[in-house]
Design a protein around this ligand. Structure first.
Ligand code: MG
Ligand code: ZN
Length: 215
């Protein structure tokens, strides 16, 4: 019985996600689901990414259980920001994104960043209707997380190793271990090393983003 309930929830989510994707594609919007643990640097990455694109054509839907703190931060780089508070929900769902889309003038948007709730598990299982999935993993989380949370990394079109400016103070971080795990779990993902704080490595990431709009 329990399994049937879970399956029907996912089926309903997927149907709404398909409708979101149809709507986004029709409006010429590239939607990117940005996932990663709390503190992996999702909001800072967007704060430092959007000014390099056309900020007035970038929109953000940002999911958190509580507070509008991330929306306030992102509001400094684009006016098109909607905070989605999930209450107790530990991931965004497609119907929440539909409500977010209703709040935006989609025909003005080129890039829609959907910052998911900080979580390394269930966001991977909930299609939101996005066209690309990006997963952040900060070096301060350790070199073992790709192997421990494979489902999240499996769905990624791009994986960003963040906070690489801190590598010098992390004893025993094995970068090659992370790359080995990525190539075993998802060899098609583009991998970038960035430090949004210093700007290190941002150009290849921005080039990848731009290429997704004009493949
Ligand atoms: Mg955030
Ligand atoms: Zn969840």
């Amino acid at each position: 019985m329990k399994i049937q309930v879970v399956e029907s929830v996912l089926k309903a989510n997927d149907a709404v996600a398909a409708e979101n994707r149809r709507r986004l594609t029709a409006a010429g919007v590239l939607a990117i689901n940005v996932m990663g643990a709390p503190g992996s640097g999702k909001t800072l990455l967007l704060e430092r990414t959007i000014p390099h694109l056309a900020p007035e054509r970038c929109a953000v839907l940002v999911g958190d259980l509580q507070t509008t703190r991330d929306a306030e931060r992102l509001g400094a780089v684009t006016p098109l920001v909607t905070q989605i508070n999930t209450g107790t929900g530990c991931h965004l769902t497609a119907p929440q994104v539909t409500a977010g889309l209703d709040s935006l003038a989609l025909d003005r948007v080129k890039y829609l960043f959907i910052e998911n709730v900080g979580n390394m598990v269930c966001p991977a299982g909930f299609d939101l209707g996005e066209q690309r999935r990006v997963v952040l993993l900060s070096v301060t989380e350790g070199d073992d997380k790709v192997a421990k949370y494979p489902t999240l990394f499996q769905v990624a079109d791009a994986i960003l190793l963040t906070k690489v400016d801190l590598l010098g103070v992390l004893d025993g971080y094995r970068r090659e271990r992370v790359y080995e795990d990525i190539s075993r779990i998802n060899s098609r993902a583009a991998v970038f090393e960035v430090a949004a704080r210093t700007g290190q490595g941002m150009e290849p990431w921005l080039a990848w983003l731009r290429a997704q709009r004009s493949p």
